[in-house]
Design a binder for this molecule. Structure first.
Ligand SMILES: [Zn+2]
Length: 49
């Protein structure tokens, strides 16, 4: 599963309501996040691998 950060269009590993692979808490700005089936584009450790 992947989660998209809508303001930047970046796709991270993880799901809305939890933490991304790179450690961002999606609950802090929950309206900025959306579950997606898109390919992960975040290049940070934890999302990329
Ligand atoms: Zn990430």
């Amino acid at each position: 599963m992947a989660v998209k950060h809508i303001p930047t269009g970046e796709v991270h590993k993880g799901t809305k309501g939890g933490k991304t692979g790179c450690g961002v808490n999606t609950n802090l700005h929950s309206s900025h996040w959306q579950n997606t089936l898109e390919r992960i584009t975040c290049a940070k450790n934890g999302c990329k691998n």
